[in-house]
Design a binder for this molecule. Sequence first.
Ligand code: NZQ
Ligand code: ZN
Length: 383
Amino acid sequence: MNKFTYQNTTEIHFGEGQISAIATSIPKEVKILVTYGGGSIKGNGVYDQVVAALAEHNWDEFSGIEPNPQYDTLMKAVERVRAEGFDYLLAVGGGSVVDGTKFIAAAVNFKGPEAWDILAKQGKIESALPLGCILTLPATGSETNTGAVVTRGKEKLPFMNPLVRPQFAVLDPQTTLSLSERQTSNGVVDAFVHVMEQYLTYPVNGKIQDRFAEGILLTLLEEGPKLMVNLQDLEARTNVMWAATQALSGLIGVGVPQDWGTHMIGHELTGNFGVDHGRSLTIILPAIMEVCRVTKKAKLLQYAERVWNITEGSEDERIDAAIAKTKQFFAHMKTPISLSEVDLTESDIDTVMASLEAHGMTKLGEHGTVELADSRRVLELAL
Ligand code: NZQ
Ligand code: ZN
């Protein structure tokens, strides 16, 4: 196992009715900007619960943060924060609202010429406004982690900074009952791939990380399909919510190598063609498993045995079976496993390749050995 320093300071309020906890988690003397998206929180009772919980606080709101949050929208919020003197942000929604709010928190006091530099040049963040979140879509893990992804036109770029880790996260599975089938499945597969990015690399004898990762994968394999049968299965929603948080809280990634190649290629599919984040991943991951089957061999065999009980056959046959099972799971979750399913063809591959190159994504993977030619093979295999 590699050496590491680990700290996750987000206070988690999990379970029914926990939105009321924001009344005490946010100090009374601050001026809060509540941020949200296109209005789902108005339809499922979450907004009303926030209003009730903040009855004794000074707050106003900013709505309209899009899925794949847009830089221009977020900068409007930044201007409002500066003009009206807000000093606390409360994000209410899915990963896009949480990510967008993290960016607002970092951009308000950013000293560089343009806040986009936080993403494009990894500009130094010296301070950020404190933020908390109420998560309504289990998927990204953004609720307790330090990362955020922001989109500007066709560019979709990540940044990470401990200063934007939410101070608290409310996780009430009841709030997820209003999710559509598509958003539900997108969330399950996103969490699944987050685990794979931190697990499917090469062994470093990180036993806790491996067993935790396998536990999250098995939970998602068990609970995800239940939701495809019954979106109102609250027990499954509850376990999926906790699984998605743990998938990217940072815990399973300490002391082990990480890949993230599927995400980097997936981001280009979203940026260029608007493919949903989760769906971009289910298209790319099986092809990465195939193209990287030699460098990932030991972990592929471990995944095959411990997650899918595949113990018979040659090593190649077991790896083939594990890739096939992974594809079956994604298909079962009604997510695409090929570019053609999202109406992309061979001619679109050049566009993705140009974006990868422009964004410096030329050496991906846990060894930094997945070069542009390999990414092209991944995309061709995914056709
Ligand atoms: O905008 P509203 O009206 O709230 O509707 C949203 C949105 O249309 C809706 N929704 C959310 N909660 C709902 C609901 N609808 C009904 N009931 C509810 N309870 O769902 C739609 C999608 O929401 P979005 O926030 O975009 O989805 P998700 O949570 O999947 O977030 C995706 C974004 O997170 C980034 C992605 O790249 C993408 O931009 N990621 C962030 C990561 C991180 N911070 O660590 C890691 C991830 O890998 C990912 O890259
Ligand atoms: Zn993701």
